[in-house]
Design a protein around this ligand. Structure first.
Ligand SMILES: [Fe+2]
Ligand SMILES: [Fe+2]
Length: 168
């Protein structure tokens, strides 16, 4: 079954040049929140933010593009303790912004969206409603991913317990 963003021509037109870029495609090889890959996570954040931005009359174009690039970093989640500086939460938006600027031009709002997407977990304060929106959607998508991860773990645990019980 296709994801919603795959059938939305208007959305695809906005992000197509980024989506086909090899750096963005590299994100598909990285595990994110233990249950998905980083490209899927970025697409979910980008597309959900885009849809809400359109409803709220915000700049959906900027939200879609910066949302897709908000986690453009290339170390695995399990290596996040080795990132140095002020830690993963603070550093990875800055790394993502540097990487994003290598592949496209970004306006002030788009830069702020990427830089401030960890607000709440960091002291960063979003300067634009678009930045606040992507930060909220990032948390919502992350919660969904974590819930899926936990329910899968519970399912596997229950399956193991049941099988052990049946074998007795
Ligand atoms: Fe992030
Ligand atoms: Fe994220």
């Amino acid at each position: 079954m296709k994801a919603l963003w795959e059938t939305d021509r208007d959305y695809l037109e906005i992000v197509q040049d980024l989506l086909v870029h090899e750096d963005v495609q590299r994100l598909a090889e990285l595990v994110h929140h233990k249950v998905t890959d980083r490209l899927t996570h970025c697409l979910n954040v980008s597309y959900r933010s885009y849809r809400v931005a359109k409803r709220l009359g915000l700049d959906a174009h900027k939200v879609a593009r910066a949302g897709l690039l908000h986690d453009l970093f290339f170390y695995e989640g399990e290596d996040k303790h080795e990132v140095g500086g002020r830690g993963h939460n603070f550093e990875h938006p800055r790394i993502a912004l540097r990487n994003a600027l290598k592949i496209t031009e970004l306006c002030e709002v788009e830069r702020d969206i990427i830089l401030k997407h960890m607000s709440g977990a960091t002291n960063d304060v979003p300067l634009y409603p678009e930045s606040l929106l992507v930060s909220c959607m990032d948390k919502q998508v992350a919660m969904m991913e974590l819930c899926v991860g936990y329910s899968r773990r519970v399912h596997h645990f229950m399956r193991r317990v049941t099988l052990a019980w049946v074998k007795q």
